[in-house]
Design a protein around this ligand. Structure first.
Ligand code: C2E
Ligand code: MG
Ligand code: MG
Length: 655
């Protein structure tokens, strides 16, 4: 198809294009064929009526006046009309069936069949007009026939020239060489008729070529439109919208044939890193290559780019695990230097045709992301167990607003103590979801789901408000007021004006800011560095302390310390696990504490469960301690009781 810029076309190119010397995509060629068939329907209907009229005229002028002696004679003289009528009706039926898509095998031969009609029409045109010419009449029959058939054979302009020249020229040649009057003298076309004849042929040619170019333009436009709606712009494979359509039929067919179709989802691991290293153009190329590799590995099956670096496949291949492994190998071979690149996959087996592609891919992706202990295979499959988890996740996402509204989200408080004397320094607010249907849910179940579903801010806002309200109540009722740390999700800064919302709550409940600390986990800091820095500056300017949660749990802990300005460092509880028999743990914790001190940061150790840990941390110079040794997360009332009965003592200071 022509994609070259019209303005830059040379004269030669223009002529070549005008005459139609190029290959068309199958879709355009089909559209052109269909247009011919459509014309043929109208034409054959008209021709049939004309032939019937001619027969009736014959009956009126010859049969009824008794000029025709027998039936045999009648058919002899009208045989041309009968033949042409029969051929036209046959073509009419053929074309109607073709347009209704009821032809399988014969549908492929529309051009050949129409051309056979063309030849027949030419035969009649030539014989009748030569007969008329010998009797001194005009040669209109040939011209009419030629007009009929050229408009149903709008192929390429050069073929139209060929047809018109061969048949028009051939006819004149026959006329000039084989026409005789009654006396046997040869007849010749007069110069005036000759000029008229040639002018008619040229006009016919111009008409047919104009029709061709118009049809070609229409077909190209609809092809482009169709292409845009079904393909992914970047990679050229199908888009998700088309995938949904195509998989419907494919799934129904393969289930009916007793095959076992599987939806697969693919994700490029570390695509972001690749983008950073190789730029967006490199990233685009990687996506295109991956699309090709996946399509080539599942030839003839529905393959689509879902979004970003996610791809989707519906396959009936029983060896699909082997093929997924092949995809990894091919990708590695294509990018031998980018060793961190990999493909992850997830699978879902649709049960019936009601399982939509979106649903299926969503589940396959869920398995890919959340199933860690799948057996023997690199492709985790969505099974019953995963299904239960998935349903819980869906429940969480669908019900978070209701849970906030109905008070199912509650704050539990875990005491934080001063290491030097074990008195309370404050507490950490930890969310609990106590659901009438699902029961008690801990953050491990709902925080990742809410983060993934980008709804975490709804829960966090609810927690902040409850904490602010609690502090206000305590102040108003003369109860002990505990400084409280709030967990901020990285997404809070993206999904809402987290700082603004906190400021508004502080104002609403008139909470002294030193009673609130903001906890941001180390892993949150790695993305959108600048955005987070801006938010942290606003928090600091607003008078809030910012604590670095889970320090040491990620891969870039030192960078975080280098680039950000935290007030307190919470040492991840992993360091305290097995610390009794691991000398290295002790050394690392001591070093972290020294490092924090040298950076003027306060310290807190999480996960303190034993007296031995307390002693060690106190010795090492850690400022605050938090853990089951002092108390699990509990309701505020319970915390107050512990303070009242003396099992927890209030500290002098809270910051
Ligand atoms: P985190 O902020 O690091 O909270 C500490 C977690 O460690 C809490 O788990 C707490 O119950 C647990 N923990 C405390 N002391 C000990 C101990 O001595 N031993 C052991 N094994 N565990 C201890 P929880 O409450 O399940 O919270 C898990 C994580 O969920 C939190 O980690 C935090 O990242 C997140 N989270 C909790 N509540 C919220 C919230 O309101 N908003 C946001 N965005 N995240 C929250
Ligand atoms: Mg925390
Ligand atoms: Mg923590």
């Amino acid at each position: 198809m022509d994609t070259s810029n019209k303005k830059n076309r040379s004269l030669g190119d223009s002529i070549v294009r005008f005459l139609g010397f190029y290959r068309n995509p199958v879709y355009i060629e089909d559209q052109l064929k269909e247009a011919d068939v459509r014309s043929a329907v109208y034409l054959t209907a008209i021709v049939s009526m004309v032939e019937i009229y001619m027969l009736l005229r014959y009956v009126k002028n010859w049969v009824l006046p008794g000029k025709v002696a027998s039936v045999g004679e009648f058919f002899h003289y009208t045989s041309t009309y009968w033949w042409f009528l029969a051929a036209s009706l046959l073509l009419l039926v053929y074309c109607s069936l073709f347009l209704k898509k009821k032809l399988r095998y014969l549908g492929k031969y529309s051009r050949e069949i129409i051309f056979a009609y063309f030849l027949l029409a030419m035969y009649f045109g030539v014989t009748l007009s030569m007969h008329d010419f010998s009797r001194g009449r005009m040669i209109l029959c040939f011209l009419t026939m030629l007009m009929y058939v050229t408009i149903i054979c709008v192929w390429r302009p050069y073929t139209s020239i060929l047809l018109i020249v061969v048949f028009g020229g051939g006819f004149i040649w026959l006329l000039n060489h084989f026409s005789f009057d009654k006396a046997g003298n040869p007849l010749k076309l007069s110069e005036g008729d000759y000029i008229n004849f040639v002018t008619t042929l040229v006009t016919m040619f111009i008409l047919v070529v104009a029709v061709y170019h118009q049809r070609y333009r229409d077909a190209t436009k609809s092809w482009e439109l169709g292409r845009i709606t079904v393909t992914d712009d970047l990679t050229g494979i199908s888009n998700m919208h088309n995938f949904e359509e195509v998989t419907k039929a494919y799934l129904a067919e393969s289930l009916a044939q007793g095959k076992k179709p599987v939806y697969l989802t693919f994700n490029l691991e570390n695509f972001q890193t690749f983008n950073d290293r190789c730029g967006y153009a490199g990233g685009d190329e990687l996506l295109t290559r991956t699309a090709q590799i996946i399509s080539n590995t599942f030839p003839g099956e529905p393959v689509a780019r879902e979004s970003g670096d996610n791809f989707a496949v519906l396959t009936t291949a029983e060896d699909y695990l082997k093929r997924v492994a092949e995809i990894r190998v091919r990708l590695r071979a294509a990018y031998p230097n980018e060793t961190y690149l990999d493909v992850r996959a997830g699978a879902y087996r649709p049960r019936d045709t009601e399982d939509t592609a979106r649903h299926a891919i969503d589940r396959a992706r869920y398995a890919m992301r959340h199933v860690t202990n799948w057996q023997n295979s690199f492709v985790p499959e969505y099974d019953e167990r995963v299904s239960k988890e998935y349903r819980l996740r869906q429940y969480i996402l669908n019900n978070v607003e209701k849970a906030v509204r109905e008070g199912y989200i509650q704050v539990f408080y875990q005491p934080v103590v001063w290491a030097e004397d074990g008195t309370i320094a404050g507490c950490e607010a930890l969310a609990r979801w106590i659901d009438p249907e699902m029961g008690f849910l801990s953050p491990g179940a709902f925080i990742p789901a809410l983060e993934e579903g980008r709804q975490i801010h709804k829960l966090d806002l609810c927690i902040y408000e409850q904490v602010c309200k609690r502090i206000r109540d305590s102040i108003d009722n003369g109860l002990p007021v505990l400084a409280t740390s709030l967990n901020f999700s990285r997404l809070d800064f993206e999904l809402m004006d987290a700082v603004g919302e906190l400021e508004a709550l502080v104002e609403k409940y008139r909470v002294p800011k030193e009673y609130l600390h903001v906890e941001i986990t180390e892993s949150a800091v790695t993305e959108d560095v600048e955005g987070l820095k801006r938010a942290m500056k606003r928090l600091h300017d607003g008078g809030f302390a910012i604590w670095l949660d889970d320090f040491g749990s990620g891969y870039s802990s030192m960078n975080v310390l280098k680039d950000f300005d935290f007030d307190l460092l919470k040492i991840d509880m992993e360091f305290l696990k097995n610390f009794h028999n691991n000398q290295n743990s002790r050394k690392i914790i001591s070093s972290i504490i020294n490092l924090a001190n040298s950076l003027n940061m306060m310290t807190l150790s999480e996960g303190v469960e034993t007296e031995e840990a307390v002693d060690f941390l106190r010795e090492a110079g850690c400022g605050r301690l938090q853990g089951y040794f002092y108390g699990k997360p509990m309701r505020y009332e319970e915390l107050l009781e512990k303070i009242n009965d003396g099992s927890l003592k209030l500290g002098e200071k809270h910051i």
